[in-house]
Each structure stands twice: as C-alpha cells, then as structure tokens.
Ligand binder design. Structure first.
Ligand SMILES: NC(=O)c1ccc[n+]([C@@H]2O[C@H](COP(=O)([O-])OP(=O)(O)OC[C@H]3O[C@@H](n4cnc5c(N)ncnc54)[C@H](OP(=O)(O)O)[C@@H]3O)[C@@H](O)[C@H]2O)c1
Length: 338
C-alpha cells in the first residue's frame, strides 16, 4: 500500500488505517464480535503489505476491551502495525469525564502498554482536554512519556462536533475548530504535535477550513475520523433502520429516518463516481479524504474483515479533477447537532 509520512519524527504509515472503535464501542453489535473483530484487524494488517497499518484505538473504547483486542494481534504482528491510542477520558456509570492530571496520564499510559502487549505506543493522543487542568501540564506529562521511551509521538483529538454550535442545516459556524487551534498552539510550545485526529468526510468537511491547513503548514499528520460518515456514505444503510440504544447513531440527528432519506443524494453522487472507477461508494468516500492532502490518513471504522479489505483498496483509487468537482457540487448534508 502507498505510504504516508506524518509529523515530528517522520512517522511512516500505510495510507488507509483502521478505526477500531466499532469493534468495542458505540456501534450496533459492538462487543459481540470477538473473533470477527480479530479477523478484521488481521485483514487490515494483511492489506497494508509492507507498510505498517495505523490501528486507531483508545483506552475508553469498551472501556479497555478494544485495547485488549488489539493487544492480542500486536503480540503476534507488532512490526506490521502503527499503534495509536488515547487517554484523557474516563467512562463512569453515568457520564464520561475528562482527566488530564499528569499522574493519571502516566498511569493510563502504563495500563495501555500492558493491555496492548507492547513496549511502545507509536502515537499517544489526548482524547479530550480536561477543563480543570492547564493543557500544558497534561501535555508535559505526555512529553515525559516520549522521553521515557514509552511513546514515540503525541497527538491531539479535536473537540467533538457537539461541543460546537452549528447552524440549522448542519453547516458549521465560522471558526468551528477555533478551540482546537488555540489548544494546538499552546501544546506546540511544550512539545511537538505529530498528529491531529478529527472528523473529516464528504458530509463533514469542516476541518478543511482551518484545521487541515494548520496541520499541512506544520507537517502535522491528520487522522480523518469518521471518514465514512459513521457508515452512511457507504450506501449500505437504509433510512429508518434501527440502531441499538448505545449506538452513537441512535441519537445522531443525521440518522433519523427523515434525515437519512434527505441525505440520499450524497450516496447517489458517490455511487455515480464509484461506478466510473469500478469501486464502491465507501472507497470513493475514502479516496476523497486521501486527496485532501498527503498528510491525511483516513481511519475508517470496521468490525468486518471484508470492510477492512475493501477500505484498504481505496488507496488505489485515483480520483480525477472532474470527480472532485462533481463531489464538491453535491448538496451539503442536512441534520444538525443542535
Ligand atoms: N477522536 C475521536 O474523538 C473519535 C471520534 C469518533 C471516531 N474516532 C475514530 O475514528 C474511527 C472511524 O470513525 P467511525 O468508526 O466512528 O466511523 P466511520 O469510519 O465513518 O464508519 C464506521 C461504520 O462504517 C461501516 N463500514 C466500514 N467500512 C464499510 C464498508 N466498506 N461498507 C459498508 N460499511 C462499512 C462500519 O460497519 P461495521 O461496524 O459493520 O463494520 C461502521 O458501522 C473510529 O473507529 C475511531 O477509531 C475518533
């Protein structure tokens, strides 16, 4: 697979990674597919060929079970993977809370290393900033983990879309990523940022405004989260289909029957481009993210091996300027978080 180089230390990864979250968290059927999930991770590593496949996990996915799952694979195939995990969010009985205290971050890293059955995490990301702790203190503790050889590089996840008010039709207000950009400037003073992880897809292109250019200007990698629009852009979901109560789409305004029907033109448009390339809508959605910059690595989530194989195939799709213009002319997605 094509390789991409990101961030401080010129980290090299395969162009298409694997988002491991759906195997353990926030999706219908998460937690019930142990062996199928293992096969999915193996399929993603197989598809990477000589390039290390970026596996994106977090201690909160499960919680903890996703890292345990990845650890089972890493035990056998560490050299074929580039491991990204995250700290800073604690799953409680009722709420998810941020914890950015330095002592906690260091303990969380040791626990992740044990679960992942590895001596080094390739990319350690701060999942959310703790409003009670100056981010410089949290980042300083993470930098000490690099100095200790437990972590190779540091990343920051953007604030969630729901933390930012949008206009009625789901378009972001100007400056949607202002908070993240301010945080990035602050942590850069302490230790270099190697990657930013944030939503980027055909139906959520907001990162193109300022966040992606910020990364491009500094050689910082961009991990495109939710590149398949939580599955919608693959064209395999049916308007009105149900989701389990703890599936993030059960509360997502774009996944009501009405909004899924209203956003079908996006799927139709992706399918049209896909037919010209002998590809699938999912591959076209991922090829679009790859075209947004050489520092972009999409991390499509999947818990089926055949999806991981298909998604890896997106690296071979070459979109033309005409394809891109056609996709840019697709109607903006409807459905707001407000
Ligand atoms: N930093 C953050 O705050 C944050 C937030 C969200 C996500 N993320 C990361 O980003 C990754 C990607 O986001 P995501 O997983 O939420 O959303 P996504 O990649 O946009 O979509 C995942 C969904 O698409 C389906 N899918 C994948 N490939 C497919 C294909 N080829 N054909 C049909 N369906 C396909 C999966 O189905 P199956 O489940 O049936 O396989 C899954 O339901 C996550 O796994 C996670 O690592 C990070």
């Amino acid at each position: 697979m094509e390789r991409r180089t990101i961030g401080a230390g010129a980290l090299e990864v395969g162009a298409v990674g694997l988002g491991c979250m759906p195997m353990s968290w926030a999706y219908t059927g998460s937690r019930q597919r142990g062996d199928a999930s293992l096969r999915t991770v193996h399929a993603a590593l197989d598809a990477g060929g000589e390039a290390a496949t970026l596996l994106d996990t977090a201690d909160m996915y499960g919680p903890f079970t996703n890292e345990l799952l990845i650890g089972r694979v890493l035990k056998e195939r560490r050299g074929e993977a580039f491991v990204s995990t995250k700290c800073g969010l604690l799953v409680g009985e009722q709420h998810i809370v941020a914890n950015g205290r330095p002592g906690y971050v260091k303990r969380a890293c040791d626990a992740s290393l044990r679960r992942l059955q590895t001596e080094t995490i390739d990319l350690y990301q701060l999942h959310r900033v703790d409003p009670e702790v100056p981010v410089e203190e949290t980042w300083g503790a993470m930098a000490e983990l690099v100095a200790a050889g437990k972590v190779r590089a540091l990343g920051l996840c953007a604030v969630g879309a729901r933390a930012v008010r949008r206009t009625a039709h789901g378009r972001p207000r100007p400056g949607m990523h202002d908070t993240t950009l301010r945080l990035l400037e602050r942590v850069q003073q302490v230790f270099p940022v190697s990657a930013v992880e944030a939503e980027l897809s055909v139906w959520s292109p907001e990162a193109l405004d300022a966040l992606l250019p910020w990364c491009a200007a500094r050689g910082v990698g961009f991990l495109a989260a939710m590149p398949l629009g939580n599955g919608f852009l693959t064209g395999t979901l049916t308007p009105g289909q149900g989701f389990e109560p703890d599936d993030l789409r059960a509360r997502h305004p774009r996944f009501t029957a009405e909004m899924m029907a209203a956003n079908q033109p996006l799927v139709v448009g992706l399918r049209r481009v896909a037919e010209r390339h002998g590809a699938t809508p999912a591959q076209i959605a991922l090829a679009w993210t790859l075209r947004q910059g050489p520092h972009v690595v999409p991390i499509p989530g999947a818990k089926r091996a055949r999806w991981a194989e298909e998604n890896a195939g997106a690296a071979a799709v070459r979109l033309t300027e005409a394809d891109l213009a056609e996709m840019a002319a697709l109607p903006p997605a409807l459905g707001s978080w407000d």
